[in-house]
Ligand binder design. Structure first.
Ligand SMILES: [Zn+2]
Length: 268
């Protein structure tokens, strides 16, 4: 797991989504032939012309931040994390693995019933940039469809395992109408340390609009050793510090609905 944070750029610096002047209109006209007037052509057009960049937070937000939990649902940790979230009156977004979600449907149902949001992590915890493009496309498409069936509504948020993506996988996500979600803070909860230390890493410069990476599940490589820290306690400490800073916990969609998306050039 990389600990390198992305260089963030403001949404305004991202590639413009559409023509804003006469000069750009010319470029738009020139692009017309590139996108046939068919459903597939229009899907490609919207994927190409949307602002480039992974969503990592929200700009101009002073009163809310988002906790995100990856790799679950987990039969031991997820219920404890849900208890902590309820105690703090916070909502969060869970990027689940569909294999886990299918096997643990009561947990998936509980987190939905309690007002949390579900995004797609993948089917299993494979690095999608290592997969042939066709395989990555088919597996993400199938996982998105499977998760939509499990939760009963369409899925629009995607966080690739390890946050790993290249231009090809980013474009694949766009083609599948998925918004790729990164993060601005991380608890590094895959490293052996105390809960206080882990929460401290996440909250050191925590501010409104941040997206924090945490784990309820924790998929490790064969070389990694499972840390003993209590991830529900990390969640509790992060939320307590957020409250001290006047920030409430909301889902990714709630964070982005009212604020300017913050995008980052995130390819690794
Ligand atoms: Zn993961």
């Amino acid at each position: 797991m990389s600990t390198i944070l992305p260089n963030t750029i403001a949404a305004g610096q991202a590639v413009a989504a559409g023509p804003a002047s006469g000069a750009v209109m010319g470029a738009s006209d020139a692009r017309k032939g590139l996108f046939p007037d068919t459903p597939a052509g229009q899907r490609i057009k919207s994927a190409v012309l949307m602002p480039i960049g992974t969503l990592v937070g929200a700009l101009g937000c002073s009163d809310a931040m988002t906790l995100t939990f990856d790799d679950g649902p987990d039969p031991e940790v997820t219920p404890k994390v849900l208890d902590v979230l309820a105690r703090h009156g916070a909502k969060a977004t869970f990027f689940v693995l569909t294999d886990h979600a299918r096997a643990r449907q009561p947990l998936l149902r509980r987190l939905l019933d309690e007002g949390h949001e579900v995004g797609l992590h993948f089917d299993r915890h494979d690095r999608i940039t290592d997969l042939p493009r066709g395989v990555a496309y088919r597996r993400i498409k199938q996982a998105k469809r499977d998760l939509a069936e499990l939760v009963g509504h369409p899925i629009s948020l995607f966080r690739p395992p390890y946050g790993s993506q290249n231009y090809a996988t980013f474009f694949i996500a766009r083609l599948l109408n998925l918004e790729v979600i990164g993060w601005t803070r991380q608890a590094e909860d895959w490293i052996e340390q105390t809960a206080e230390s882990s929460a401290g890493r996440a909250t050191k410069d925590l501010r409104g609009g941040d997206i924090v990476l945490l784990h309820d599940g924790l998929e490790l490589t064969p070389q990694e050793v499972r840390p003993t820290l209590d991830r529900a306690e990390v969640t509790d400490l992060v939320l307590a510090e957020a409250t001290r800073r006047g920030l409430k916990g909301v889902t990714v969609s709630q964070l982005l609905a009212r604020r300017t998306p913050q995008r980052s050039h995130w390819f690794r």
